[in-house]
Ligand binder design. Structure first.
Ligand code: HEM
Length: 237
């Protein structure tokens, strides 16, 4: 990350400030998209945990999410845009940071004292993105096939069994588990840092940071629990 207040010798003050402000704006946009994805993750977890505690509720909510016009026509495209935006901006910031390092900025936040999670956001992000590819293939694509290509009649009771069947395969469970660990590391640094990037700095900042760390561990662990639970409690076809 570029440290504020650092000037590169080759730039005049005006150029330096505009470089800095565009970097701050990108970080701001990155943080907002990240916060939006965190909200999605929380609601996704709440719906998915019902597959363990109340399968009928899981079926009802999944059917609602999969058929409601507002969710499908507006929220889903916004979500896809949010994921793509976050991914592209992540790469842009990474390239920018690498350039800054090459140009030998005197101060650089990613030094030896920074945590593994903060130095490797691009790696953890890429693993989560790869997971999303697999996850879309597992859940989103069959849904599209079912609804729009094979045009089966609506069946509000099918979601629970379809989800549990997915976790029969131990290789899939292993890949999901790996991705959840990397998701935890990504959130560990990213969620807390997003509040800094949007300038949230008041008496609640410390408590909020504690909450972000809790969320970063609890939610991926919760997803892991769901995957393992269904793997260990299969249902007949
Ligand atoms: C055990 C863990 C998980 C389960 C059981 C699960 C289950 C599902 C299911 C059933 C769908 C299909 C929704 C539809 O009908 O279109 C879905 C979609 C999706 N999931 Fe997951 N999910 C899990 C973890 C995750 C994680 C960790 C992420 C993000 C890092 C994620 C991101 C998504 C996204 C972006 C979609 C597409 C949303 C949409 O179609 O609107 N999921 N998931």
């Amino acid at each position: 990350m570029i440290a504020l207040g650092v000037t590169f010798a080759g730039l005049n003050e005006k150029e330096d400030m505009s470089l800095l402000s565009s970097s701050v704006m990108r970080k701001f946009a990155m943080a907002l998209s990240g916060l939006f994805l965190v909200v999605f993750l929380a609601q996704h977890f709440v719906i998915n945990i019902t597959s363990v505690i109340a399968p009928d509720v899981f079926n009802q909510w999944s059917h609602f999410m999969g058929t409601n016009g507002l969710v499908q026509g507006i929220l889903q495209p916004i979500l896809i845009f949010g994921v793509v935006f976050h991914f592209i901006m992540g790469f842009v910031l990474e390239i920018q940071n690498r350039r800054a390092r090459v140009m030998r900025y005197v101060q650089y936040k990613g030094g030896a004292s920074a945590s593994w999670a903060s130095r490797n956001m691009i790696i953890s992000g890429a693993v989560v993105l790869a997971f999303l590819g697999l996850h879309f293939y597992d859940f989103w694509w069959p849904e599209i096939m079912h609804k729009y290509i094979e045009t089966h009649p609506e069946d509000p009771t099918r979601y629970y069994a379809e989800t549990v069947h997915k976790f029969e395969n131990p290789v899939r469970v292993g890949l999901y588990a790996t991705a959840f660990v990397l998701l935890a590391l990504h959130l560990w640094h990213g969620f807390a840092s997003s509040f800094q990037s949007v300038g949230f700095d008041n008496k609640y900042a410390k408590g909020l940071k504690g909450f972000t760390k809790f969320f970063a561990v609890f939610i991926p662990l919760g997803f892991l629990f769901i995957a393992l639970y269904h793997h260990l409690n299969p249902i007949a076809h």
